[in-house]
Design a protein around this ligand. Structure first.
Ligand code: SAM
Length: 392
């Protein structure tokens, strides 16, 4: 492909990504993979260059552009060598017309700017994410694993964490295949640590998904006690099985919940749990480094629905806690509606709960909880809070 043809390919892909973001279709990565499957003539350098153009254009535009051409013209406005490739040659985009404007630059869609928690450094939300590892204590120690990754650095305050450079292909590594390490953002590791899970406890991971945090909880419990991974989506829970096998965490039980009737499936656990983690479905505002096109998908109506769902999940999770037990609420979102205000509203709705201080060298206090941000902590963005049940 010529450099100009790569620009046109990026425009075509961006058109598909914009439509998919608007209509709730597949993710950008899926669309890019499909596109190249149908175009075997594109070599690996072409694919890499097109992908880079696409992601540079996505990262640059806070608002969802109308067209791929608008997104790429916006990028070209900052990179004159790209602008020169709009030359009208075969397979190339038509020249940029005088007065033709590109997508507006920005990190956060305008409507969302005032909703992001005040301390968040909004410009840093689209940075590049490193690859963080969690050493799986069920199979290894940090001391044993660190020499296997000479490029890795420890992360202060997180006893099992190692940080590798962006793009490190860890899943090709024997240590990963053998379950000695998991890929897990330092922020997620901090949340698992804040749960305070111990061997012998009864712990429920209420929104377990494919079990990223469940596996961290399993390691903290040293494989002893009761650990239940619950979710409403069967295909997500199904992905936990092979991961748990690899990690040697075979004591995990899975529980498929019936959406809207969750309390029924959970009733046998009422008043028994030492820890319940609610890692709630959320806007994902804190994960834009990995998933920048997510901000083209979020709408005010979707945010309203998420806030209501988070409150509902907290309400059916709370009765599971034994007196003295801890409900840990977490989201990878950075809006106060999903974080600080959500926890305040829970505390207003329910008597007998006390927020507990979270003292980590990473992050900062925010309302009754704790905030981690890419700009301040070099992690994905998270809000989490630890609420102790003081009365039955
Ligand atoms: C943020 S993700 C969880 C990520 C996971 N804990 C991890 O560390 O990889 C939120 C999860 O909540 C699940 N979920 C959504 N509504 C739920 C509900 N009503 N009850 C339980 N889980 C729910 C979703 O299916 C999704 O897997």
């Amino acid at each position: 492909m010529t450099p100009s043809a790569r620009i046109q390919a990026a425009i075509d892909l961006l058109d598909a990504i914009i439509a998919s973001a608007r209509d709730g279709g597949p993710a950008a990565d899926t669309l890019i993979a499909r596109y190249f499957k149908e175009r075997r003539y594109a070599g690996s350098r072409d694919r890499r260059a097109v992908r880079d153009h696409v992601y540079d254009a996505i990262r640059r535009a806070g608002e969802r552009p109308e067209t791929g051409r608008e997104a790429m013209i916006g990028l070209a406005a900052e990179q004159p060598d790209l602008a020169a490739l709009f030359d009208g040659s075969a397979h190339a985009p038509l020249p940029i017309e005088p007065g033709e404007v590109g997508a507006v630059a920005g990190s956060v869609p305008g409507w969302l700017v005032p909703l992001i928690a005040a301390p968040v450094e909004q410009d840093a939300l689209l940075g590049r994410a490193p690859v963080d590892l969690r050493v799986n204590r069920l199979k290894a120690t940090l001391e044993a694993v660190a020499p296997l990754f000479p490029d890795a650095a420890p992360i202060a305050a997180l006893p099992d964490a190692l940080r590798l450079p962006e793009g490190y292909p860890v899943e090709k590594d024997g240590a990963w295949k053998d379950g000695l390490v998991e890929v897990q953002d330092a922020g997620s590791q901090a949340i698992a640590l804040a749960c305070g899970a111990q061997p012998g406890m009864t712990v429920v991971d209420m929104c377990a998904g494919a079990g990223g945090k469940t596996l961290a909880l399993a390691a903290a419990m040293a494989g002893q006690g009761t650990l239940i991974a619950a979710d409403t989506i069967r295909s997500r829970l199904a992905r936990l099985g092979p991961r748990a096998q690899r990690a040697g965490a075979t004591f995990i039980e899975t529980l498929l919940l019936d959406q809207s009737h969750e309390a029924r499936g959970l009733s046998s656990l009422n008043g028994l749990a030492d820890v319940v983690l609610v890692d709630a479905p959320c806007s994902g505002t804190g994960t834009w480094r990995r998933n920048p096109e997510a901000r083209w998908r979020l709408t005010a109506a979707r945010l309203d629905r998420l806030v209501a769902e988070q409150a509902r999940i907290l309400d059916f999770a709370a009765p599971l806690l034994a007196p003295g037990g801890a409900l840990v609420y977490a989201t990878c979102a950075l809006t106060d509606r999903e974080g600080k205000a959500q926890v305040d509203a829970f505390l207003r709705r329910h008597a007998g709960w006390t927020p507990e201080a979270i003292n980590l060298p990473l992050g900062r206090a925010h309302g009754a909880g704790w905030l981690l941000t890419p700009g301040h902590d070099g992690t994905d963005g998270f809000f989490f809070a630890r609420l102790r049940r003081t009365a039955a």
